[in-house]
Structures are given as structure tokens and as C-alpha cells.
Design a protein around this ligand. Structure first.
Ligand code: SF4
Length: 77
């Protein structure tokens, strides 16, 4: 389970976040490209935009469930 205290500072504030266990596999970026971007220099994904539509919510949920190391969290804030 993702740990918000370990989340990257690049995440846009809000309920979704990526923590430091991310292995930069790119899956979330491919699943929800509006919301997840890759920080190429640092080698990790981050939340570039919080979901703001039902479609984005669905894709972010899919991305969270698909993350192989459970680095994506949703604390519902
Ligand atoms: S799916 Fe998980 S491990 Fe892969 S890039 Fe996204 S947050 Fe990182």
C-alpha cells in the first residue's frame, strides 16, 4: 500500500499520489496519461493532475490497481 509520507513532492496536491517505491515502469502513464507523468530525470512517475472527471477517476483507479509495486495511493482527501 502506498505511503503518503513517502510521496514525491512533484505530486499535485490532492487525494492521488505516487510514493517513492515507484519503479518507473510507465504503466500508470500509459493508462491515465492526463493524470500521471514520468519524471525522466528522477526516474519516477508523479501525479501531474488530480482527476477531475468521472473518466479520469476511472482511469486513475485502473492505474492504481495496475501498479505492480502499489506505489499509487488515494487517501480520499
Ligand atoms: S505504475 Fe507504479 S511503478 Fe509503474 S510508473 Fe506508475 S507508479 Fe511507478
Amino acid at each position: 500500500m502506498a505511503d503518503k509520507s513517502q510521496s514525491w513532492k512533484d505530486n499535485k496536491p490532492g487525494k492521488m499520489f505516487v510514493d517513492q517505491s515507484c519503479i518507473a515502469c510507465d504503466a500508470c502513464v500509459l493508462t491515465a496519461p492526463n493524470n500521471f507523468h514520468m519524471h525522466d530525470e528522477d526516474g519516477h512517475a508523479f501525479v501531474a493532475k488530480q482527476p477531475s472527471s468521472p473518466e479520469e477517476e476511472e482511469l486513475c483507479k485502473e492505474a492504481m490497481e495496475g501498479c505492480p509495486v502499489e506505489a499509487i495511493g488515494n487517501d480520499g482527501e
